[in-house]
Design a protein around this ligand. Sequence first.
Ligand code: FAD
Length: 400
Amino acid sequence: MNDLHTTDVAIVGAGPAGLALAAALAQAGLRCTVLEQNSAESLVAPPEDGRDIALTHRARAILERLGHWDRLPADEIAPLKRALVRNGASPLVLPFDGQADGHEALGFLVPNHRLREAAYAAAAATPGVEIVGDARVTALQRDEQAATVRLADGRAWRAPLVVAADSRFSTTRRLGGIGAHMLDFGRTCIVVRMRHEEDHENTAHECFRYGNTLAILPMAGRQSSAVVTLKSDQAPEWMALSDEAFALRVEEHFDRRLGRMDVAAPRHAYPLVAAYATRFVGPRFALVGDAAVGMHPVTAHGYNFGLYGVEVLARELARAARDRRDLGDAAVLAGYEREHRMRTLPIYLGTNAIVRLFTDDTPPAKLVRGAVLKAASVAAPLRTLIARQLTGGVRRSAPA
Ligand SMILES: Cc1cc2nc3c(=O)[nH]c(=O)nc-3n(C[C@H](O)[C@H](O)[C@H](O)COP(=O)(O)OP(=O)(O)OC[C@H]3O[C@@H](n4cnc5c(N)ncnc54)[C@H](O)[C@@H]3O)c2cc1C
């Protein structure tokens, strides 16, 4: 097979970021082709993957504009009203809520497979979007006029611009000659949906214990997503536990705040590696989603950043198309690079610093952990700043 196709933008990867970009560009009148290594059937109804994604108000607004939000099952969206942070056995609890920005909720929790399902359905229903399954990109070439991506099976797509949305371990990023700062935390997070006796009151708990971290994130109904982060060499033992033994451990580590807990779905393990691309754009080339910024999940920014990036890149490309400019022009892409880097870099670095501090169990680090939480608990402006990051910085004006 050696057929050559053409499109306005070729997007590599039909994850939630690639599909969101496709819908956004098609809304702006551009033709785009999404090339995905997995089969098209696997995208239609992705299986539960254990991830429960915390979305900000800003991310929700973007999903609404893209037509994803209305496709999410309403009874699987859980508002996140409060977040409580605990440190070791300390009685000090650091609370966050969305009130500072006039919101009743900090954000919303949605199962990742539902987001992926909605992203596929919306993109597939948008005229101008072509989604090609069984399409593994293995080569990228660029010349003055266009960029060409080639698949393992010989098919090729030529476009003024190629966008890599193929995960934090992006092959296309490497093919495009862009490096990334990769940070392997040596930790793995195990995620699983659990049922429990008591009402979670839409409150998330982040418990920085000694030895491991436990997050309990409220899902719809009397269910929560349990996220256990631990040294990677300990993960196999936790994964091998029976459901009953696993549930008992989580219940005990959580001091039975939700009463009896039961495992309600298969467990999934994710090794934690953060990635930050050295550049987000190159000649006729751009990165979105985790391929640009792959976050540690503790501050729940990953897909939110993916959506913010999609919004900015789509805006720049729509403007270029209106002005009949070349979509791969360096000046067109520069605006995206500047804005997305400014928005994400401080939080990427801050998140990694928090992770390092709160997973360091040496006595000096324990002291600093306590001092940091104590300072944050008395410094209301600092808490407001953090809460604003969690809501996405969208202020809701007071009703007239
Ligand atoms: C445990 C956990 C919890 C998380 N919690 C949150 C949260 O609370 N809030 C939040 O905002 N984010 C969260 N995230 C992050 C979020 O899941 C990611 O940011 C998001 O899924 C990334 O989407 P993506 O489309 O960029 O990449 P991916 O979902 O990785 O998709 C990449 C796609 O590219 C395809 N692909 C790869 N290589 C090729 C190739 N060569 N050719 C063709 N296709 C290819 C893959 O098959 C895949 O479909 C969490 C992540 C984890 C692991």
